[in-house]
Each structure stands twice: as C-alpha cells, then as structure tokens.
Design a protein around this ligand. Sequence first.
Ligand code: SF4
Length: 311
Amino acid sequence: MTWSISSYREFLKCQRKWFFNNKVGSRSLKDTFRREVHLLSELESIDGWRGKIVDYTISEFIVPKLQKKQSINSSEVIEYANKLSKARFEFAKAQRYKEKDLKKTEHDYDYSALFYFEYLESTEEFQSKKIKAWNEIKIALNNFLNNEEILNYLRTAFYLVKQRTLQFKIHDFNIKGVPDLIAFFKNGPPHIFDWKVHYFGTKNYNEQLLIYASALFNCNPHKDFPNDITKYSIYDIKLSEYQLLKNTIRSYSINDECIEDINYYLAEGIEKMKLNNCEKKYEELNIEHFEKTQNLDNCVLCSFKRICKEN
Ligand code: SF4
C-alpha cells in the first residue's frame, strides 16, 4: 500500500473520507457507485485550485527558464498563469472530467474539477472567491519573481527536478513524497523546496519535508539524478518551505532528533492504518470500520458530503 503524509493527515481528520478517496473510488464504468465516488474525489476547492495554478506555472514556465539560466519576464509569467487559469476554469465549468473516455494524463495542462460546479454555492460568493484566488495567484508569483536572491541561487544549480515522485519501502508500505523542486548542485548537497500558497501558514511543514528528504535518501536513484549525491548523508540535505503569499522562507536542518521523530511519526502512522486494515482491498473492507469525523466543519467543503449522508 502507498502511504503519503497528505493521505495520512486525511485519515486522521476523517477516516470515512480517506476510505472514499483511497478505497472506493474507481474509474471503471462497471460500478456506478464507485465511479461516482471517483468523480467526487477529483473535486477541489478554489483554494486548492489556486495552489495548483501557482505550482504548475512555477514548474512548467519558471523552472525551465531557471534551468537554462535565462531571464524571466514577469508579465509573461502572469500571462501564462492567466491562460492556464482560464483553461482550467472552462474545463471545470464544462465538467469535462466526467467524460467517459477522457484520459486525465492527456490533460495535464487544463484538467480541473471544481467543488463549486458540483455543489453550486451562490454564484456571487463564487465570483468573489475566484477574483480573490486570481489576485493571490498574482501575489504568490510576483513574490517569487521579485526574490532575486532565491532565483539567482536556483540558477546556480546544475539540475532542477520538479514534481518528481520519490518512493521507499517500510514493511509493506510504499512511502511516497512529491517535492515541488529538488535542486542539485555541482559542489553541494541537494536542496528540497516546497511551495505553499496560503496566508495563514502557521502550520509547521517540516514533517513533510523530512519525509521528502528520507525518500530522496532511501529511494532507488532515478536515472537522471547525479551519481555523486551518494557522497552526501541525509543530514546534509537542505530543506526549505516557501510561503509564497507571505513571502517568507522557512528552512530546516536535519539532525538525529528530527530523524528519530520522523521515523516515529512514520511508524505510528503505518501502525494506525494497519489497525484499520487499510492495506486491504475495497472488497475486503467494511465502510462502517472507517469512522466519520466528529468535527462537522470538516464536512462543509467535503466532496463526499452527498454520498456520505446516504452511507
Ligand atoms: S462528509 Fe464529513 S464525515 Fe463524510 S466523508 Fe466528508 S468529512 Fe467525512
């Protein structure tokens, strides 16, 4: 079974939601209930949508220019993000993700499914959320583009790897992480970055970054990764989380204590999920063994709220 920090956090918040997302949903057309759950699992809030536009613009437009040591024109970046936002909005509005033969992998650029179009909140409220989201996309990208120090630092990297899945095994669990960016340097250890797009970034993300570091250190090396990274220890890997709306960077160092903490966190997370038999197949599981959240605030923006009432 694949274990990621985001799905474990979801499991801790609402086991039922985790069950819908990870065990019930199926693209197959044979079972209409499982197909419906799959389609609902694709929905995202406007805040999630905003974050993905920023991530994609950085990965697909800015990082390639940094890799080629080129200058970056901020108007071109904002224009790229604007076209991307429009394409994704139109895709979501037409609910194209429901098309039977649509292949998600062929729609990396415009794939989008918005909670709003499924649950139809008030149009006025959605319009104001959409305007706010677009303003925040521009703020996040402009903060990044105006940070000459970080841009110049990334230009000194000899290889930049964006959104790469890293996996390693603990017992029967595949621990998975997808760092936003890994910068490899000729004379220095790798540096892992994570972009965050929200104002109230008081949450500490070092657990997530530590799992990325463990994954980079323990995964089977990808073919394109430089060979000489093996000369570094996990303690050398640099970790930074960039709060793009607040324009602050938090960097974390790795020591014995945090390695112990993260190993404990992983062991505890795996154990909790094993106790619920999470590694078993949907057909072997009983929905009643996955508790619904006690905090009804979690249900307000939950994609599964319609079917959750009936099950
Ligand atoms: S509606 Fe509430 S209880 Fe049901 S899956 Fe969503 S968060 Fe959990």
